[in-house]
Structure formats: C-alpha cells, structure tokens
Design a protein around this ligand. Structure first.
Ligand SMILES: Cc1cc2nc3c(=O)[nH]c(=O)nc-3n(C[C@H](O)[C@H](O)[C@H](O)COP(=O)(O)O)c2cc1C
Length: 356
C-alpha cells in the first residue's frame, strides 16, 4: 500500500511538505499541493504559483514524482496550459480537482461541480486527453494508464457523486474511458462535504464499476483514515488482506486499491503513514522537533510573528489530542502573541501534560 498526504488548501503548502518530509517522510509516497486555480488569463495567483516553484522544495531527492501539483480548472484551455506549466517545472504528474465541495467553486463547473454535469465532465476529459494525449506517458511505455516514474501523467481526485452515491456508476464509466494514471476517490458525495461517515460500501462498488468498465488507473482511497484501526476496517470491508497495509499487492481483487490518501489524520498524527507501514508510533521528542522545524519554516514564509503563531495554531487544533488534560496548556498556546510566549506555552504542555 502507498500512502499520500492529501491536498489541503492553505495547509499542505511547501513549508509543511518540506518539514513533514524531513521528519516523517519515509512513510509518504506522494505529497499533493493545495489546488492551483488555472485562470482564464492563463496566470496563476502569485501565491499559488510560489507554492509550486521548485526553488522552495527542500530535501526531496526526486520531487518530480513525489510532489503532485493539483489543478482546478473548468476549461480545456486553462487545464492544458496549467498542466504544461507544471510539467515545465519538472513535475511529472498533475492531479485534476473534481472533488472540491465549496459553493464558490462548484457553481462554475469546477471541483465537484463537474460531477453535477456529467456531459460536461465527459466532454472536458475527452478534449483534455485529445489535447494532451500525445504528451502523457513515455515513448517506451506499453501501458498508457500506468506509465512509470519519470513519465507525464494526469490523475484525478473525485467524489462518489454530487447529491447521491448512485451517481458513481455513471461517473466511473466516464473515468474508465480515459488514460488517467490514478483515480483518487473521496468516499463521500458533494452534499456530505467532509462530514458523516465515509461511504465505504459505495466506494467499493464504484471501484468494481470502474474496473468492469475497463478502467485501468491505480485507485486511491480517501476519507477519514485517522488510525491503524481505520485502515484495517477499510481493508476488511474491501476484502483486502491486512498484510497489504505494509506491503504487497492490494489490487488483486475487483474492489482493490493501491493507495490511501490522508489529510486530517496526518495533521493529527504526522507519523500515521509510518505506523501504517509497520513503523513506530509518534514519539514526544519527534513531535517537538517537528513543531520547532515547522515554526522555523513558517517564519521564513510568513512575515509577521503573530501570523506564524496563527499558522501553528492550525496544527495545534489537530495535535492537542496527544496531550492528556491539555485544556489549560492549550489555552496558553492559543493566547500567545509573541514567539517567546508561544515557545514557553509549548514547553509547558510537553512538561506538564502526559503524552498519549
Ligand atoms: C481545510 C481543507 C482544505 C482542503 N483543500 C483541498 C484541496 O485544495 N484540494 C483537494 O482536492 N481537496 C482538498 N481538501 C480535501 C482533502 O484533500 C481530503 O479529501 C479530505 O480532508 C478528506 O480526507 P481526510 O479525511 O483524510 O482528511 C481539503 C480539506 C480540508 C479540510
């Protein structure tokens, strides 16, 4: 099984990707950038483009196949332009966002808005692969769906539908027609946003439909994998042997998949992928080191100290679960307005609260 760090707007920016990779990177096979909007004037926002600039990548030996820029687009022209821009920066894979549930996005045939109009989606994909078809894959690859490292690829991140999971049937038949390298399925529909239990049975059926329709892309599961137990349950429902979590071929049944993408689970437990691969659980010392390195990296990225602290608070919103009876200490972290106050409060939580 492979493990991916999910794209998260405003969160999985290069400081986090660099530092997570530096300290816990062994467990993660791919890091996705938050979506980059491909605008009609064929420009990215400066801030978004900066996040993808290779000069800010630190410590990745081969970022080209490990960091995956994600594109948000509602026209072939903008998608093709953005994809070529990313390929020219050295990235081999780009991921097409067909899952974002925000209303400002969906009402313009973007994100999961594409799932609402399957005719439009089909036509988009048809035109995308006509336009870029000659540029994907490798000259010496005999499998255009699954070219190896170093080959240009287009992957997709989707949901099971807009209103209803029954929509997955038609969506999977559409996806199966195109040489997508990997299909990540967030096991919810748009109307669920990120709430409620993931629809694992519907995910399983969707993968079967995709395979029955001839779809050859690798499949990645996404949604609420926050612990080793969650992953075990997922594998059980999908009929995959538990040993596949650590290694092995997890694609040898009809609803098999070869990767799990995690977002909130990795924010709460940055060592989760390592643990899923059979390694040790998160330790207090490495969490401390991670927090320190993140602070330093954000300080280079964000000019004002207060805003660096606010950024760290986004992490503490997830990480506080590792400290027993943390209310008082957490309050002090939240109240900190200078680096000195923040550091003292963090030292205090490590000294006074039991690490769990
Ligand atoms: C704050 C936030 C920002 C997100 N930004 C993106 C994004 O830019 N692109 C995307 O495809 N998904 C985005 N997602 C969805 C995540 O990639 C992922 O699908 C979702 O969090 C469910 O996975 P999880 O349960 O492992 O967190 C975002 C989710 C959250 C909570």
């Amino acid at each position: 099984m492979k493990y991916y760090f999910a794209p998260m707007e405003g969160i999985t920016l290069y400081p986090l990707r660099n530092i997570h990779h530096e300290i816990f990177g062994d467990g993660i096979d791919k890091y996705y950038t938050p979506f980059l909007s491909a605008h009609h004037n064929l420009r990215f926002k400066k801030r978004e483009k900066r996040d993808a600039m290779p000069e800010f990548i630190k410590g990745f030996e081969n970022y080209d196949d490990v960091i995956i820029p994600q594109i948000m687009a509602n026209s072939v022209d903008t998608f093709a332009w953005a994809t070529r821009e990313m390929w020219s920066l050295g990235y081999n894979e780009v991921n097409y966002n067909c899952g974002c549930p925000a209303a400002t996005v969906t009402n313009r045939h973007k994100g999961s808005g594409l799932l609402q109009d399957t005719e439009y989606l089909d036509e988009m994909l048809d035109r995308i692969f006509n336009e870029l078809g000659n540029e994907i894959g490798c000259a010496d690859s005999d499998n255009s769906n699954n070219p190896g490292d170093g080959c240009k690829k287009i992957s997709i991140k989707t949901r099971l539908g807009f209103y209803d999971e029954a929509e997955a049937d038609e969506l999977m038949r559409i996806y199966a027609k195109y040489p997508i390298s990997e299909l990540t399925i967030h096991a919810r529909v748009r109307e669920d946003f990120y709430q409620g239990k993931p629809r694992i049975e519907a995910f399983k059926r969707a993968v079967e439909t995709y395979r029955n329709a001839g779809g050859k892309a690798d499949i990645c599961y996404n949604g609420d994998i926050n612990s080793v137990e969650d992953a075990k349950k997922l594998l059980e429902v999908c009929g995959i042997s538990e040993s596949a979590m650590i290694a092995g071929n997890s694609c040898d049944n009809a609803s098999g998949f070869s990767a799990i993408m995690m977002g909130r689970g990795l924010l709460a437990n940055p060592a989760l992928a390592r643990q899923l691969k059979g390694g040790k659980a998160l330790e207090a010392d490495e969490l401390r080191q991670y927090l320190k390195r993140l602070y330093d990296e954000y300080a280079l990225y964000i000019p004002e100290e207060r805003n660096v602290i606010f950024k760290m608070l986004e992490h503490w919103a997830f990480l506080h679960v590792h400290f027993e009876d943390n209310e008082k200490c957490l309050k002090a972290i939240r109240k900190a307005r200078s680096k000195g106050e923040y550091t003292a409060a963090v030292n205090n939580i490590f000294a006074s609260c039991k690490f769990i």
